[in-house]
Design a protein. Structure first.
Length: 243
């Protein structure tokens, strides 16, 4: 099971929320300082939105890029003379643009993956994947619900992409090859549920941007096999249920 570790990313988020709490109190008491007619709270929000854009560029997350730009524009709409389209028209346009770009330029496999075989499934509904010798799997789901049963005795890599939908993946009839397998999980404006044998060791290396990843039930692993989960949850959630 993944252990919480100190990181600069966690420090950034922690300080940001502490400053946000302080700003609410100081602003209410009229103690909040301003610089050149801009409040410090607005400046902090701008820094956060810039960070959001940079992270979006880094991970090719169009939602982070476009919404970051839109939120900055809303912050300074009077200065930019765009009050006629803020906030809801601009946010609606940002949502539609993000969806369109995500469809045209979808994310691909995690860079740590290796191998030269790929299987693509672009379906909704149920899909049984009976692969006795194949090692690399790839599944996508958009604007719908999908259930995947991964039946293989040689899992090495798997990639799951879910946007504006619900995806359920069952690993109860899966065997990990050589004791270690990697999964890339990308969820945007949707949810994903992974049903994983409780005897597996699970390492979670998933980045969350306005999203969450949770675990349910107890893990009873003895250290092997190991499933390493990478990827990103943006404006969505993922659940790992041990069965």
């Amino acid at each position: 099971m993944n252990q919480n570790k100190f990181s600069m990313n966690k420090l950034f988020w922690g300080l940001l929320f502490l400053l946000g709490a302080a700003s609410l109190l100081l602003n209410r008491l009229n103690y909040w300082p301003t610089f050149h007619h801009f409040s410090l709270f607005k400046i902090l929000l701008t820094i956060f939105f810039i960070w959001m854009i940079l992270e979006g560029i880094r991970h090719r997350n169009f939602f982070g890029i476009i919404f970051g730009l839109a939120l900055i524009a809303i912050q300074y709409d009077k200065l930019l003379c765009i009050t006629a389209i803020t906030p809801w028209t601009l946010l609606s346009a940002a949502l539609l643009a993000s969806i369109g770009l995500s469809i045209i330029f979808p994310k691909r496999h995690h860079p740590n993956f290796n191998g030269n075989m790929e299987f693509d499934f672009h379906d909704e509904g149920k899909k049984d994947c009976n692969m006795q010798n194949d090692e690399i799997l790839h599944f996508e789901n958009s604007f719908g619900s999908s259930i995947k049963y991964v039946n293989t005795d040689a899992l090495v890599n798997a990639s799951f992409e879910n946007s504006f939908g619900e995806m359920k993946i069952y690993f109860d009839n899966t065997i990990i090859k050589n004791g270690v397998a990697d999964i890339s999980l990308e969820v945007s404006f949707g949810s994903a549920v992974l049903y994983i044998p409780k005897t597996w060791n699970v390492e979670i290396h998933v980045k969350t941007v306005f999203g969450t990843i949770r675990e349910q039930n107890s893990n009873q692993s003895q250290g092997c096999p190991t499933l390493r989960i990478y990827g990103e949850i943006s404006f969505g959630e993922a659940m790992i249920i041990y069965i």
